[in-house]
Design a protein around this ligand. Structure first.
Ligand SMILES: [Zn+2]
Length: 420
């Protein structure tokens, strides 16, 4: 069993980097604080006897085992949202290191173990999510990269240069060799495990966002002198749209798709002027492509219907449009078996939040282990995991890694393939 005292101690210490007086942690993507956290993780990797490597995207890797062997990759990210909690990302890296520390050496295994701390997973600083894992698999869109800037006008590339990173090869995958499998342990960011009364979730799919900007165009006019019949009030129309989006969401199966109007911009936003224009920011997430596409179509029809009825105009732009990602069934069933053998109650679940695993899954057999979140909320200082659940999750990760290191995954798959 990995050392739980070691894990708790380092979770607490890592949580001090970027900690705020008001509670919570701010370690923005590609910041000096993220770099400080990376130095902390690098020291632990060295303590675990690992060979350390930093790639051009500032992803940090620690390898247990000699070069040339195929690798099993595990880990997560070490940046946070503003005022985030101490588990999101950090737990997946530290639990992986606790497992590596216990494994000690991979000399007796046909595979080596690599632990990764991905950089810049959160989109809160630049509006670009999964930066490090995108760079790792070679999925960064270099043409669009300069458009991602933070609130101070610092771009992704500038931030990397400030950290002393070389940005010349960012368009190419920073992956040195394709791992045989990737497993990411992560705090659950919702309430499914808490509601189900089990400590561990075996993730089968990750929902992906479609984000729409919808502009409803009416006519600004004097709030006193405009009669009801003459008004072209964009905000009243928007209110109908927002309420109706909730009804559309409720028609979908729970956890298949959800839709949120998280941002409203009113023009001119003045108390004595009938609102002339409203911009809505709509985030639609789904694990089921059919359900998600239906919700997007219904929202388009809804906006057209409400605005036509009121004599208003509307236009919309999809700013993000990503497809849901399925985890590799072989990894999913391996994690199931690992949990079973470890005697840890578990259930299969869907992730409604995005993770680095979405990028990896496109190139590497990938699975995720979720650990129950006591508070049910994440991206918040209140996120919390009971120590016994940290232990249960880490035990499942340890058992899954043992299987992957001893039963070479690719061979297992090839053999199956040969039989077919
Ligand atoms: Zn995370």
């Amino acid at each position: 069993m990995p050392d739980m005292d070691w894990l708790s101690r380092h979770l607490a210490s890592l949580g001090q980097i970027g900690s705020l007086a008001a509670g919570g942690i701010s370690r923005p993507a590609l910041s000096y604080l993220e770099a400080e956290a990376r130095d902390y993780i690098r020291d632990l990797m060295l303590e675990c006897g690992m060979t350390v490597r930093l790639d051009d995207a500032t992803n940090l890797f620690g390898r247990l085992g000699e070069p040339g062997k195929p690798i099993i990759l595990t880990g997560s990210h070490i940046d946070t949202v503003p005022q985030g909690g101490k588990y999101d990302g950090a737990l997946g890296v530290l639990a992986a290191l606790a497992c590596a520390k216990e494994i000690g050496s991979t000399d007796e295994y046909p595979l080596a173990l690599e632990v990764v701390a991905f950089a810049g997973e959160e989109s809160s600083r630049f509006g670009l999510s999964l930066f490090g894992s995108r760079a790792y698999v070679g999925a960064l869109d270099l043409g669009k990269l300069p458009s991602y800037v933070d609130a101070n006008g610092i771009g992704v590339q500038d931030a990397l240069v400030r950290l002393g990173a070389s940005i010349d090869s960012l368009g190419r995958p920073t992956m040195e060799q394709r791992p045989e499998a990737f497993i990411e342990l992560h705090i659950e960011q919702g309430t499914l495990l808490r509601d189900a009364g089990v400590p561990v979730g075996v993730v089968t799919a990750i929902a992906a966002p479609t984000r729409l900007h919808v502009w409803i165009e009416g006519r600004a006019s004097h709030s006193g002198a405009s009669l009801a019949a003459d008004r072209r009030d964009a905000l009243v129309a928007a209110a109908h749209v927002i309420a109706e989006i909730e009804s559309l969401m409720k028609r979908e199966e729970p956890w298949q798709s959800v839709a949120t109007v998280g941002r409203v911009r009113v023009v001119p936003n003045v108390i004595n002027v009938v609102p002339g224009e409203v911009e809505l920011g709509i985030d639609i997430r789904g694990s089921d492509p059919g359900s998600k596409h239906r919700l997007v179509r219904e929202i388009d029809k809804l906006v057209a219907r409400v605005t036509a009825r009121r004599g208003l105009a509307a236009r919309r732009q999809a700013v993000v449009n990503e497809e849901p990602v399925r985890m590799d069934e072989r990894v999913v069933s391996l994690v199931d078996r690992a949990a079973q053998e470890a005697g840890v109650p578990h259930t299969r679940i869907i992730s409604m939040a995005g993770h680095d695993s979405m990028q990896l899954a496109q190139f590497v057999p990938t699975g995720m282990i979720f650990v129950r979140n006591e508070s049910g909320i994440s991206h918040n200082p209140a996120e919390e995991i009971a120590r016994v659940d940290v232990e249960a999750g880490t035990q499942v990760l340890r058992s899954a890694l043992q299987k992957l290191l001893t039963e070479p995954f690719k061979h297992e798959a090839t053999e199956k393939g040969d039989q077919v």
